[in-house]
Ligand binder design. Structure first.
Ligand SMILES: [Mn+2]
Length: 330
């Protein structure tokens, strides 16, 4: 029995479900949770979707997002708690989900397989690819609303079709979603072109302070509370900022330090090609994908910046050796 079979059996056998994903949800977290919820509701099943806080403003216009349940603990039990996109259960920020049998659906490396039922497929470019496969198996209609959420997850998790883990199936699913009525322009404009003025100002302030390593291939960005406040922005406004340095041809890897409480820094990492930033994040207890990963670190900022710059420069150098061994196929 495949892992997908296990999920399908469990869903067919139940009537009441709750779906959750990770804190500070992105397009794939919202897309996979909502697409699955809409499909289960189409089967006549009662389905709640819970997040610990309201999602960012640019995800609010997507179908059904206005009716999310916002809670940090769940006291009821359901026939299943379906957790999307979470390497570990505590990433939901919602307590009590494990009162119900947990179904763990994810595409991240390093998932701890914490569910009663686990379906972890690291080959999927987005968790919504898995939900597309699930919907095919459940034989529920691919409505325009569901297709919109599946496309949203693919669009955002591939960095607008930029990252390395896309497959022909990624495009096949995107095509099927567009055929079903998903509007690529509306989805992209709603997600990416809904900036606040504070967001544009914080981009300018953070990029102005960007530093490069001596090779010019590794960039480091930092945002402090003071910088955000001066720009009239919040940390939410920095969503997507990290991808900006990678538009510079020479830059191969980026680290973005965000100030949290008590001397702690959230460190997001991005890279191009086979520069492996997940391996760096995992040294600090984090995780993610080869080209997009994150972790937390505590310490003095200057030292942390130096440490991550060196680790990323080494990863860039290693990727070059690797690519000389194995030339890319044309
Ligand atoms: Mn994802």
């Amino acid at each position: 029995m495949s892992e997908l079979d296990g999920v399908v059996d469990h869903l067919r056998g139940g009537q009441h479900f709750i779906i959750a994903s990770h804190q500070r949800p992105d397009g794939d977290a919202i897309g996979s949770a909502m697409a699955a919820a809409l499909a289960l509701r189409a089967l006549g099943k009662y389905t709640d979707v819970v997040f610990d806080a309201p999602p960012p403003q640019f995800l609010q216009p997507f179908p059904g997002v206005g009716q999310l349940r916002i809670a940090t603990r769940i006291d009821e039990t359901y026939d299943g708690a379906i957790i999307m996109e979470c390497g570990a259960l505590d990433r939901t920020g919602v307590a009590g989900l494990d009162r119900s049998p947990v179904l763990n659906i994810d595409h991240h490396l390093g998932n701890t397989r914490y569910g009663r039922v686990n379906w972890v497929d690291e080959s999927a470019a987005a968790c919504t690819e898995l939900i597309f496969s699930l919907i095919e198996r459940l034989e529920t209609p691919l409505t325009r609303e569901i297709a919109t959420h599946i496309y949203l997850g693919i669009l955002t998790d591939t960095g607008s079709f930029h990252f390395s883990h896309m497959t022909p199936r990624t495009f096949e699913i995107a095509r099927r979603c567009v055929e079903a009525g998903a509007d690529p322009q509306w989805i992209a404009r709603t997600h990416y072109d809904s900036s606040t003025l504070g967001r544009v100002k914080i981009f300018g302030a953070v990029l102005n302070e960007m530093t490069l390593d001596p090779s010019g291939q590794v960039a480091v960005l930092t945002i402090t509370d003071a910088l955000a406040t001066a720009a009239g922005a919040t940390l939410d406004d920095t969503e997507g900022l990290i991808n900006f340095p990678l538009t510079v041809k020479e830059i191969q890897a980026v680290a973005f330090f965000k100030e949290m409480a008590d001397g702690m820094w959230r460190v997001s990492l991005r890279s191009k090609g086979n520069v492996d930033v997940r391996a760096i994040a995992s040294q600090f207890g984090g995780g993610g994908h080869v080209n997009a990963a994150g972790c937390s670190a505590t310490g003095e900022l200057t030292l942390l910046r130096r440490t991550f710059t060196q680790l990323m420069a080494a990863a860039v150098a290693q990727s070059k050796e690797h690519s000389e061994d194995k030339p890319r196929r044309a």
